[in-house]
Write a protein that binds this ligand. Structure first.
Ligand code: SIN
Ligand code: MN
Length: 204
């Protein structure tokens, strides 16, 4: 494990190829139950380039009218979210020092042209709980900054099977995905990148 900036813990190759395949199989079942949706920015209604779904008791959603929030049901089907996959729960247990289990597992799907602008994860109640991330499929260039938008940033690659945690001083750091490097993984037959982020939403 490496600490890339204080509080950003990076565990390259956390999942074996077999484990990555198990997680993909679980995510395929999850996406059948909770289809990917396209979130929209608050107020402007601009579409994200990333498509999303969630697992867990709570899921992160965003739309024009009600903005960023967590809710217990899928915004289009109204159904509860599927369970968090086994290996995602294990990643939280292995990496997170937080005593309580995660409630949300946000699943982001990036096609070759998708990206995610610099933002903070701050829709949760307890910033003592870290955010644990798993990457699958194509490599991305991930950017990490500080707790202010104007802080300096640095970038590094996240590859299929890598785990990462934003904790402590990095819990509220600005971060984003600059670009997807198409054709860098054979895990997803159609290409693209999946990222899972595990979050504790409510104060325990
Ligand atoms: C996120 O910040 O929600 C996703 C980060 C990533 O895709 O690695
Ligand atoms: Mn984020």
């Amino acid at each position: 494990m490496q600490e890339i900036v204080p509080g950003l813990i990076y565990a390259p190759g956390y999942l074996s190829r077999e484990e990555q395949q198990e997680l993909i199989d679980d995510l395929r079942a999850a996406v059948k139950a909770a289809p990917l949706f396209t979130p929209r920015m608050p107020r402007t209604g601009k579409e994200f380039s990333v498509r999303m779904t969630n697992c867990g008791t709570l899921g992160w959603v965003s739309d024009r009218e009600r903005g960023y929030r967590y809710q217990s049901t899928h915004p289009e089907t109204g159904a509860p979210w599927p369970a968090i996959p086994r290996l995602a729960m294990r990643a939280w247990e292995d990496l997170s020092p937080y005593k309580h289990p995660p409630e949300a597992c946000l699943v982001n799907f990036y096609d070759a042209s998708a990206r995610m602008g610099l933002h903070q994860d701050r829709d949760e109640e307890d910033f003592d709980a870290p955010v644990v991330s798993l990457s699958l499929g194509d490599t991305c260039l991930f950017r990490i900054g500080g707790t202010e938008r104007k802080s300096s940033t640095k970038s590094f690659k996240l590859q299929s099977g890598d785990a990462m945690m934003l904790s402590g001083a990095a819990r509220l750091a600005f971060h984003g995905v600059d670009r997807i490097m198409g054709g860098t993984s054979t895990l997803l037959p159609q290409g693209g990148r999946l990222n899972l982020t595990l979050r504790r939403v409510t104060k325990a």
